[in-house]
Design a protein around this ligand. Structure first.
Ligand code: HEM
Length: 391
């Protein structure tokens, strides 16, 4: 393909065409600026595995170390109740929307659910984003920023709560010299969790619900798994998170096929050599994860949606650096277990209650932005399983 790359669609199409040449690296131009794109696990491994792009190494390393306890298994278990209750509120909103029509755009509803979860887990703040559907979303998110600035920054800041939130853990974190995070660092990290954490998970969950409608046989398997683990219980228990069999591979295929974070970008701090090519300092280096997830040199029939490709028997199909929805190496997503817990809980509860069918009049228009979304929303046709009303 030659000519001008006008937007993310051209970028993806160009990347897809690059497969045919077998290249592991390609270059596009953004005006006068070259962007080097890493297209293959081999080059991705060189880049990430060797930490070539960590310019602020020591600062990042210190903060990452201080953040790690906030994502410990035992801390994350404490958030299961919050995730269950945000998911219940989400379902009530879905029912409210269904009273007008069974055709529902799930994206805005899901997005508010993940924001509610993040606000409660990071600041113990009940933003009730789902209850305030009519409040301007942007205004509500902006309020998040001021909340933290106005916050008395001390552990146990919120009265009457039984568990520690992310802010508590950041406030008590100390490095070997006994130094903690300063106010600005705490503000930056809570901002990162809140904004990276809710939008990315919303993208995964919304596409995950949409895909249920596209593949009825697969939906049946997801439903059977949810039914066998959760059954008639109202909540998903922490122990259930390890009992699911099909839902984890379904989520993996959603993360591959739709890739919520489609590309990661860095500026190279110094000269780096990739696949024998010298890349000068200051160059932008992209890893278009979406393109790598659809590369036929790595994935068999990548355009087929097939969770079974992740089953134990077929593990050979991909390798660590070929499947990277959460990036890879030391700078991978610190919130991935949090996100997977939230996805398992909300998907299992959703499919236990609703049957999803495609909306015949709707076609998503995929946009590879900071996250993968659809400019036309993500509409599905829903039916409550206990209710015989057809779409
Ligand atoms: C399905 C959901 C999610 C996906 C697909 C995802 C994906 C990613 C990716 C690809 C990166 C690397 C970005 C880069 O190198 O530029 C990243 C980093 C990060 N993510 Fe996530 N993420 C998700 C959920 C979350 C959640 C729920 C949280 C917090 C609770 C979170 C917190 C972070 C943080 C703090 C980083 C920076 C890590 C570092 O630089 O050390 N993410 N995520």
């Amino acid at each position: 393909m030659s000519g001008c790359i006008k937007g993310s669609k051209d970028y993806v199409q160009y990347g897809m065409e690059m497969y045919k040449t077998g290249c592991k690296l390609f270059c596009i131009w953004l005006g006068p600026n070259p962007v080097v794109c890493v297209n293959h696990p081999d080059t991705f491994k060189q880049l990430i595995g060797e930490g070539l792009l960590i310019s602020d190494g020591w600062k990042w390393e210190r903060i990452r170390k201080l953040l790690t306890p906030a994502f410990h298994f035992s801390i994350l278990t404490g958030y299961v109740d919050i995730m269950n209750s945000a998911s219940d509120d989400f379902q009530e909103k879905v029912i409210e929307n269904m009273s007008a029509s069974p055709l529902v755009d799930i994206y805005p509803l899901v997005s508010r659910m993940t924001l509610d979860t993040m606000m409660k887990c990071s600041l113990s703040f009940d933003g009730s984003m789902q209850a305030k559907m009519n409040e301007e979303y942007v205004k509500a998110v902006q309020r998040m920023g001021t909340l933290l600035r106005e916050h008395p920054l001390e552990v146990g800041h919120s009265d009457g709560k039984r568990r520690l939130d992310f802010l508590d853990i950041l406030l008590s974190a100390k490095d070997e010299q006994g130094r903690g995070l300063d106010r600005q660092e705490i503000q930056d990290e809570v901002d990162t969790f809140t904004f990276e954490g809710h939008d990315t998970t919303a993208s995964a969950l919304a596409w995950g619900i949409y895909a249920l409608g596209q593949y009825p046989d697969i939906q049946e398997k997801v439903y059977e798994d949810a039914k066998s683990v959760v059954g008639s219980k109202k909540h998903v228990d922490p122990g259930d998170l390890h009992a699911f069999k099909y839902i984890p591979i379904y989520i993996k295929e959603v993360l591959r096929y739709y890739t919520p974070v489609p590309v990661i970008s860095r500026k190279s701090p110094n000269t780096i050599v990739l696949d024998g090519l010298e890349i000068p300092p200051g160059s932008r280096v992209d890893v278009p994860i979406y393109i790598m997830h659809h590369n036929p040199a790595i994935w068999k029939n990548p355009e087929d949606f097939r969770p079974e490709r992740f089953s134990d028997k077929q593990k050979v199909e991909h390798e660590v650096f070929g499947f990277a929805p959460f990036s890879a190496g030391s700078r991978n997503c610190i919130g991935q277990v949090f996100a997977l817990n939230e996805l398992k809980i909300s998907l299992a509860k959703f499919v236990n209650r609703f049957e999803v069918r495609p909306d015949p009049g709707h076609k998503p228009d995929m946009l590879w932005d900071m996250i993968t979304r659809s400019t036309t929303g993500l509409k599905v046709c829903l039916k409550e399983r206990s209710n015989r009303r057809q779409c």
